[in-house]
Design a protein around this ligand. Structure first.
Ligand SMILES: NC(=O)c1ccc[n+]([C@@H]2O[C@H](COP(=O)([O-])OP(=O)(O)OC[C@H]3O[C@@H](n4cnc5c(N)ncnc54)[C@H](OP(=O)(O)O)[C@@H]3O)[C@@H](O)[C@H]2O)c1
Length: 265
């Protein structure tokens, strides 16, 4: 796809996967709107994009707050006539058992990871439908297909994102607007800096570089597929789980539970 002069909005653009995606889009000539809560970090990324000579806008916005998202969308439309690509990437996880997590902890993950995406879709989809073109990219996770111990609410938020995207994809048929979910395995980012991950090994040898996921996001923004897993071989794990759930689920559950039990010792 030719990204030159396209306008792209990336939530969670101040760090990790979102930052890497913003850079990759700008490298190819797209104008980039950077969204996250921390203004200073957004401005740092905006400065990094200067060398690509594209238009940028840094919007401080908490996507879990719908009034904030409406305000942010007004700022976007004051500056740009339309949006071509919306990347819903802002998200986080709190690592603990359902027994230990508070209801607020559980709600906050759903509000950012799932409802934040919904608020952005509701704010920007109508303009895409008006011009009969555009693409929504939702960054989920392989945890959108596997319910895992100690990240159950996070998995739920990503399952919800995938289910919503599948339903919306059917609604969008023949409108000129597409939607694709990008589901990576572990990625080396600040995601694991949340204090709840303190006792967990931060990365494994298979953890991805954020740039690899960013490139998948660019591919997704022009794809007719519902879901792109990163790496693509991870699709086999999803297939195995759906095809042999009684066999695969207990093995996976046990191995993740053992890992978390030993990290707590
Ligand atoms: N890292 C992994 O292993 C991994 C694997 C699969 C999927 N993912 C998904 O990838 C996405 C990006 O994560 P990452 O790994 O790049 O983590 P990260 O480095 O921690 O980046 C998260 C980004 O989201 C923003 N954010 C968090 N809450 C927000 C809110 N309420 N409103 C607006 N922005 C918010 C953060 O900025 P502020 O704090 O300044 O708001 C930051 O820019 C997430 O959806 C995550 O679930 C990550």
């Amino acid at each position: 796809m030719d990204f030159k002069n396209k306008t792209v909005l990336v939530t969670g653009a101040s760090s990790g996967i979102g930052r890497a995606a913003a850079i990759e889009f700008a490298k190819l000539g797209a104008n980039v709107i950077l969204v996250a809560r921390t203004k200073e970090k957004l401005e740092q990324v905006e400065n990094e994009l200067k060398k690509f000579n594209v238009a940028t806008l840094a919007c401080s916005c908490d996507v879990s707050n719908k009034e904030n998202v409406i305000k942010m969308s007004r700022m976007v439309f004051e500056r740009f006539s339309s949006l071509d690509i919306l990347v819903n990437n802002a998200g986080f996880a709190i690592y603990d058992s359902v027994t230990e997590l508070s209801v607020d902890d559980i709600e906050s993950q759903m509000k950012t990871n799932y409802l934040g995406m919904i608020y952005c879709v509701k704010a920007f989809l109508p303009s895409m439908l008006d011009k009969k073109s555009g693409h929504i990219v939702n960054v989920a996770s392989l945890a959108a297909s596997f319910g895992l111990p100690n990240i159950a609410p996070y998995c739920a938020s990503k399952f919800a994102m995938l289910g919503f995207s599948e339903g919306l994809k059917h609604e969008l048929r023949d409108t000129g607007v597409g939607i694709t979910v990008v589901s990576p395995i572990m990625v080396r980012t600040d995601f694991f800096d949340h204090p709840s991950f303190e006792k967990m090994p931060k990365y494994s040898s298979t953890s991805l570089d954020p740039k690899t996921v960013a490139k998948a996001i660019l591919r997704a923004s022009n794809s007719s597929r519902l879901e792109i897993t990163v790496p693509s071989v991870a699709r086999i794990a999803v297939w195995l789980k759906h095809t042999f759930p009684f066999f695969i689920n207990p093995i996976l559950g046990r191995s993740f539970k053992n890992q978390s039990d030993s990290s707590k010792k």
